[in-house]
Design a binder for this molecule. Structure first.
Ligand SMILES: [Zn+2]
Length: 339
């Protein structure tokens, strides 16, 4: 059997969820610069990571008034780093740009909304963000917004709304522009409303299987199958509270592999992906909430990704299936929707 590092080197490796932009924007306000080069690039390299999808995320205390401003500040912080990086990473808006970057040995960063709050109930603003390079539309976080309602971690009785009229308009515009819709954090109603509107693959950029970690934040069997039917991908979430809701303190890479093996059995190996959702280095007010006290990163930095790959081989995934799970499947979705 090939060495894990060799398999990972040959595979395209894509993390579909990292709060990179909020982190660099915060650090710029603290007087730093070149955060991606100084804090991240080395561990991306050691983890064989080719592509990171960075969220644009606004803490609740700034909403609604300052959502648009903070989103623009996060994108500005990214562009500032891009200008100064000497070509070490690129902004990628398509599968082709990702493959070009990989050939040139450059990291590719793709931009994604985690919550439509910054669009301020004006769906047409999505065009502006598309022009700035954003390609993935995560409709909500674990809260309600003008476009859609999110799932909650703790309240199993919670009944929210699905896509609003504005939310439907937003999803239709995303489809028209050729953006990928991300259903992580969506509650069930929102999820099914999106599926009903979709003929293209969708992503759940950072979610686990509810059957193994019982919280409404995770995907039911039916949801996993629906994502598979659309040709979509589920990025396994590496946050302890998501992966092992009842007993987060004992979460390990084997739990993440177990989620993926479960999803493979339901929807095929083509549905597998990785969205680690690392949060330990985040200083956001949201993460200081009591409800999140048991959240730690099962894979704290990307150089630990080999542990997840080893756990997957251990639990019976083939080398080809592993290559797909590491990023090949996600690249397939990018190719189909973004070109
Ligand atoms: Zn999230």
């Amino acid at each position: 059997m090939k060495k894990i590092s060799e398999i990972m080197d040959n595979a395209i490796v894509i993390d579909t969820h990292l709060d990179l932009l909020p982190d660099i924007e915060q650090k710029h306000r603290d007087g730093r610069s070149n955060v991606i080069l100084e804090d991240y690039l080395d561990s991306f390299k050691k983890g064989h990571v080719d592509v990171v999808v960075s969220s644009i995320f606004v803490d609740s205390e700034l909403l609604p008034e300052l959502g648009l401003k903070r989103a623009m500040e996060q994108i500005a912080a990214f562009y500032r780093e891009l200008d100064a990086c000497g070509g070490k990473f690129v902004l990628a808006t398509s599968a082709k740009e990702i493959l070009d970057a990989r050939r040139q040995g450059r990291l590719a960063v793709m931009l994604a909304f985690e919550g439509a709050e910054p669009l301020s109930a004006a769906p047409s603003l999505l065009r502006t963000f598309y022009a700035l390079g954003v390609r993935i539309l995560g409709l909500c976080w674990s809260r309600s917004n003008w476009a859609a309602d999110g799932s909650r971690f703790f309240d199993f009785d919670y009944q929210g709304y699905g896509l609003t009229e504005g939310g439907r308009e937003l999803v239709a515009l995303a489809q028209e522009l050729g953006m990928i819709v991300d259903v992580s954090h969506c509650n069930e109603k929102t999820f099914w409303d999106v599926v009903e509107m979709s003929s293209q693959p969708i992503l759940a950029t950072h979610s686990c299987a509810r059957a193994l970690s019982d919280t409404p934040r995770n995907l039911s069997d039916e949801q996993i199958r629906a994502i598979g039917r659309l040709g979509g991908v589920i990025g396994v979430n590496g946050a302890s509270l998501v992966a092992r809701f009842k007993d987060p303190r004992n979460a390990s890479p084997a739990d993440l592999a177990a989620h993926m093996m479960y999803e493979k059995n339901l929807a095929g190996a083509g549905v597998l992906g990785i969205g680690l959702d690392q949060c330990d280095r985040l200083n956001s007010p949201t993460m200081q909430l009591e409800a999140f006290r048991d959240v730690f990163d099962i894979i704290p930095t990307h150089d630990g990704l080999e542990k997840l790959a080893a756990a997957l081989l251990d639990q019976g995934l083939s080398e080809d299936e592993l290559a797909g799970a590491l990023g090949g499947n996600t690249l397939r979705v990018f190719e189909k929707v973004l070109g």
